[in-house]
Ligand binder design. Structure first.
Ligand code: ZN
Ligand code: ZN
Length: 150
């Protein structure tokens, strides 16, 4: 699901509207980690307790959704890599979290959400803009690839 939001830049004063959306790895719960790309405005929620037995089942059940989103494919590869190179039931979050990037813009994902994280101004390119609020729901599953469809 995508949402429209308004943004403004503290540096150059630019105001604009854009879309933000959410992706998910594992079942959502209140302790899920929140990551965010400040350039593309995509969020990824990651379950805090991924383990090597239930994660492959979640993957199998959600494969279609993952195939559609490069950011999920990238994170799944990292998690599988960490799972293959660690022992114990839980897949250690820190071992892959620091390596997560946004494949669209190559930035490292930041810990946070659009509500509490500075975003990149689409005019001056400095990371000094912020969301001034979500104002609409947009019936798009993903914004990724939108440019190709227009
Ligand atoms: Zn990005
Ligand atoms: Zn600006």
């Amino acid at each position: 699901m995508a949402w429209g939001f308004s943004a403004e830049c503290d540096d150059c004063g630019h105001h604009w509207d854009a879309l933000t959306w959410n992706e998910r790895i594992g079942e959502y719960n209140a302790d899920s980690y929140s990551y965010f790309c400040p350039q593309c405005f995509v969020h990824v929620n990651i379950a805090p307790d991924l383990d090597r037995y239930t994660f492959p089942k979640w993957l199998a059940a959600n494969q279609a959704s993952i195939d559609d989103a490069r950011i999920l494919q990238h994170i799944v590869l990292l998690i599988n890599d960490v799972a293959a190179n660690s022992t114990g039931l839980l897949i250690p979050h820190a071992a892959y979290a620091s390596r997560m990037i946004c494949p669209t813009c190559d930035r490292s994902l930041v810990n946070g959400t659009i509500d509490d994280t500075p975003i990149v101004c689409q005019k001056c390119n400095s990371e000094t803009a912020r969301s001034t609020g979500i104002h609409s729901h947009v019936s798009l599953a993903r914004v990724e690839g939108l440019d190709d469809q227009l």
